[in-house]
Design a protein around this ligand. Structure first.
Ligand SMILES: Cc1ncc(COP(=O)(O)O)c(C=O)c1O
Length: 335
């Protein structure tokens, strides 16, 4: 694949299952919304079930290679734990922790993953099955982030965070560079068809920022970038409005569970502001309808079609007759 940092390419060589996720067209939905084209990138088809595998695995392996003074990810994995490797640490809602634990397992290193009590046990089991030590934390995702950071500061291992208040955090830089693989895949899949609008979901904003930067670097930046969040955990919306991450207190529970974050990532916000990203905040009713609509649009079994839901929650764009929308999605989370 062209335009890929060497070490991201090395990750792909280590990953025999790797293949680009599909970019599908949704002509029925485009017609319904009155736009030219809608495309969706199906990130649920990624190894480990989501895009987080790209960031957490890449950053985890790179941190271990750096710590062991090894020249490449391939050497690291070939040696499998010799010399003795440090522990990888992170906080997670489930997906990032799974990726970091998988990196540790691949390299023969230990891992410790901090989960808040709202994470369902089956998600914790998947992480534990990769050999990780699970630490349960009272509170929200943001409390787990703090606990993981304290653990790393106390010398218990290397922090592989997917969010940070430090724009220079090297592991986070690697996480976001790993996500850029999605933009590299898109460059091949879109060919010359530059989308007019990008809709991308956000927890702390890392995915959205990496995509925006990756598309801009490849001359594919859409005219409008819409960062989509649940109303109950709209921390990126808050940061875009005020110019910096600010903690949203209280209950962040939402059906879009992986997006339940109260504090946006500073490096991500910096990039999103630089590219004038806008915010689109969606209430719980709309989130539930969107799942049904996307299932239907993807040709799956129709369930109680609510015909105007996409039009309402996506605010039809001014260029609607010729517009191309591009949507980052996992089928169940559904944006
Ligand atoms: C499937 C899925 N989508 C989106 C996100 C949000 O990504 P970010 O926190 O980088 O904004 C997550 C985070 O875990 C996720 O698992």
């Amino acid at each position: 694949m062209k335009n890929l940092p060497d070490e991201v390419a090395a990750l792909l060589r280590l990953w025999p299952d790797y293949r680009p996720t599909p970019l599908i067209e949704l002509p029925g939905l485009a017609k319904e919304c009155g736009v030219g084209e809608i495309m969706a990138k199906l990130e649920a088809d990624r190894p480990l079930g989501n895009f987080k595998s790209l960031g957490g695995m890449y950053a985890g392996l790179r941190a271990l290679a750096r710590a062991a003074g090894l020249p490449s990810l391939e050497t690291l994995v070939a040696r499998r734990g010799a010399p003795k490797l440090p522990r990888l640490i992170c906080a997670s809602d489930g997906n990032h922790g799974l990726a970091v634990a998988a990196a540790a397992e691949m390299a023969g290193a230990p891992s410790r993953i901090f989960l808040h009590k709202g994470v369902p046990p089956e998600r914790a089991d998947r992480i534990a099955a990769r050999g990780a030590d699970i630490q349960w934390i009272e509170g929200t995702y943001d409390d787990a982030v703090l606990a993981a950071s304290r653990s790393a500061s106390a010398g218990e291992g290397l922090l592989i965070a997917d969010t940070s208040d430090d724009p220079g955090d090297p592991a986070l830089g690697d996480v976001m560079q790993g996500y850029e693989l999605i933009a590299a895949e898109l460059a091949g899949q879109l060919a010359e068809r530059r989308p007019t609008h990008l809709f991308v979901q956000a927890g702390v904003g890392g995915l959205a920022a990496a995509l925006v930067k990756g598309l801009a670097d490849r001359q594919l930046l859409p005219e409008r970038i819409l960062v989509v969040e649940p109303k109950r955990a709209a921390c990126v919306a808050r940061a875009l409005a005020t110019g910096k991450p600010e903690l949203i207190e209280g209950h962040l529970g939402t059906s879009a569970e992986m997006l339940s974050c109260g504090l946006a990532s500073a490096p991500a916000v910096e990039i999103l502001l630089q590219y004038s990203a806008e915010s689109l905040v969606v209430g719980e009713d709309r989130l539930a309808e969107a799942v049904v609509t996307l299932d239907r649009a993807g040709g799956q079994r129709p369930r109680n079609p609510g015909r105007q839901d996409w039009r309402d929650c996506w605010r039809p764009p001014p260029v609607r007759k010729r517009g191309t929308l591009w949507v980052s999605t996992v089928r169940q989370l559904c944006f």
